[in-house]
Design a protein around this ligand. Structure first.
Ligand code: HQG
Length: 188
């Protein structure tokens, strides 16, 4: 499968497994799964021919491992990033002391005032490393990285989950647990 086809297929999967299953007439279970055969048939009806082997390639080759099969390989779901109502039923997990969030300066005032909110997604997405946060912020402009005091949040009773592809998820991050990374580093 060439790279172009792979990326195109991955984008379609993101769209239908996270945001718009109805567009191709599929329904996700409450925890986000859909039968692989149902998905492939629906994609085919909507102009994307994908074999099971090619779907395996998309899942395996995906840069962020956005999609995962269930244990018997009969169902597939997006590991995070949904805007449709799903409950991935991820267990609570203890994060590292520091997590990071990449954004851009035009959102900073609002974020430092009201905290990080999930916006269109189900959860705020955080990463365990700065580089990932910088890349995420960089999708929108010059990245600004925020340091999240995950340890402090945990102590204050906030819960975290970690997705199958290693993204840390929180319902919100109140402003008192946020600092701009350059300021945080500069003050040490
Ligand atoms: C910002 C991609 C104003 C937030 C990425 C972000 C990631 C606020 C934007 C994953 C705010 C939401 C998630 C507030 C947050 N006021 N702006 N109170 N709270 N924001 O795309 O974290 O390719 O929903 O900083 O790589 O950028 O889809 O979240 O800029 O892993 O797999 O509102 O999506 O992965 O944007 O990205 P998003 P995100 P995929």
């Amino acid at each position: 499968m060439d790279k172009k086809h792979l990326i195109r297929a991955s984008k379609r999967l993101s769209r239908h497994l996270r945001h718009a299953p109805g567009d191709i007439g599929i329904t996700l279970t409450s925890d986000g799964w859909v039968d692989v055969d149902t998905l492939l048939a629906a994609l085919r009806r909507n102009g994307l021919r994908l074999t099971r082997a090619e779907l395996d390639e998309v899942v395996e080759g995906n840069d962020k491992r956005r999609f995962a099969f269930d244990d018997d390989g009969l169902r597939i779901r997006a590991s995070q990033g949904h805007s449709v109502e799903v409950d991935l039923a991820l267990p609570a997990a203890t994060p590292p002391d520091a997590l990071y969030h990449g954004t851009v300066s035009r959102f900073l005032d609002a974020i430092l005032h009201e905290g990080l909110r999930p916006m269109n997604r189900h959860a705020v997405h955080l990463s365990a490393n700065i580089e990932t946060a910088r890349t995420v912020g960089g999708r929108r402009g010059v990245p600004v990285v925020l340091l999240v005091d995950a340890r402090g949040m945990t102590a204050a009773g906030h819960e975290f989950q970690v997705s199958a592809n290693g993204v840390w998820l929180a319902t919100v991050v109140p402003p008192e647990f946020l600092r701009r990374l350059d300021e945080a580093v500069g003050s040490q």
